[in-house]
Design a binder for this molecule. Structure first.
Ligand code: SF4
Length: 370
């Protein structure tokens, strides 16, 4: 029996069911789910996908939306460049493809945020195209099955895996959606990094066992080669929640920065974690505010007097490759500072739900307003 037939039969019995993005043929709905599922757990995506699709049911509605609203709906999902790319991509589809997703794989791949595997998934699900996928789970399945033990970051290994992925596709175009779904589900639930089903006790089971190189050579957990993990560097920063009555002062972060495009508190430049943070007082606060990362923006600090400075409990946040300890401070003002137009602005507390905020900042703002 071919690889494709085996995995399609496996899917009929063990594949995931009941996920809101399954069995769709609309390329827009498929695309949104594929982007959301990158780096985010299925359980989180399940709920957020439905909210997103309810607010933006079509590519046109997403293209016409304000980026702030898109970022707000993405809040908490992390990897915010995905949300910015979704918005840009929707606008490109409207302007360059008359609102229709291209069917051609090269055109799909040329769109913002769509890589080769995502383009393959959209084309296979929506158009039954013979286009393979090769996400991290599929790379693991194929490297084990064929005994491709090289480093998955290596271009030669990746090229070999793409060739294998292409060779394994079912002959019938009609089978492409179910085959693609089956391969995704198999990698996510059966041939997992640390609990491959073939190694499960008491009754090891996997329909691929007889032909799987890794299983037959007893190297399931050696393939693919493990990436050497480097320790995540740790940093610290001090942040300022500047409040005046109903308003808080927020900075919209530059697109390429961490939390790019989201609104956050003014912050001092990051430093190594082992440096003792400066104690913030009524006296030194105005000088420190001027040192926050504001680019060309001008804040007339002398316009309003700071009436209190309160140090709050530190917040530890883990990014994918670094750790950050935030020392937040609340600064109460008598009168709002005037601002030149730029990325820093006064935002009404009642509007905070409508803008994109990084998750730890949102939680801090919520707790400080109680
Ligand atoms: S036999 Fe084991 S390693 Fe091979 S495909 Fe099945 S679960 Fe994965």
């Amino acid at each position: 029996m071919s690889f494709a037939t085996t995995i399609i039969r496996w899917h009929a019995k063990y594949g995931r069911t009941g996920l809101p993005w399954q069995n769709k043929r609309d390329p827009y709905a498929i695309w949104v789910s594929e982007i959301m599922l990158q780096q985010t757990q299925v359980s989180t995506v399940k709920e957020r996908y439905q909210l997103f699709m309810k607010r933006f049911p079509t590519v046109k509605s997403l293209a016409n939306a304000q980026i702030d609203e898109v970022m707000a709906l993405w809040s908490g999902l992390g990897y915010y460049s995905r949300a910015r790319n979704l918005h840009r991509c929707a606008q490109t589809i409207m302007t360059e493809f008359s609102g229709e997703f291209p069917r051609n794989i090269d055109q799909l791949e040329s769109l913002p945020g769509i890589g080769r595997s995502t383009a393959g998934a959209i084309a296979a699900f929506a158009y039954q195209a013979h286009t393979p996928i090769l996400d991290a789970n599929v790379k693991r399945v194929l490297s084990r099955f064929f005994g491709i033990a090289g480093d998955l970051q290596n271009q030669k290994t990746t090229k070999e895996l793409w060739l294998k992925a292409q060779e394994l596709l079912p002959k019938s175009a009609e089978k492409m959606p179910v085959y693609t779904q089956a391969l995704m589900d198999f990698g996510a639930t059966w041939c997992t990094p640390k609990q491959a089903k073939c190694m499960a006790e008491p009754s090891a089971q996997c329909p691929m066992m007889k032909s799987c190189f890794a299983y037959q050579s007893n190297r399931v957990y050696e393939i693919p080669a493990k990436k050497k993990k480097s320790a995540s560097p740790s940093f610290q920063t001090q942040m300022f929640l500047v409040e005046c009555g109903e308003f808080v002062l927020l900075e919209r972060r530059p697109p390429k920065a961490i939390w790019g495009g989201l609104y956050s508190l003014l912050e001092l430049p990051w430093e190594q974690l082992d440096v003792a943070p400066v104690k913030i007082t009524l006296r030194n606060a105005p000088k420190l505010i001027k040192q926050t990362v504001l680019g060309e923006q001008q804040i007339s600090i002398n316009d309003g007097q700071i009436i209190s400075v309160t140090a709050c409990n530190p917040i530890d946040h883990i990014f994918s490759h670094r750790r950050l300890r935030i020392y937040p401070h609340i600064l109460q003002l008598k009168k709002k500072w005037s601002l030149t137009p730029g990325n820093v602005m006064w935002v009404k507390k009642s509007h905070l739900g409508q803008i994109g905020l990084p998750q730890p900042i949102r939680l801090f703002l919520e707790s400080s307003s109680r």
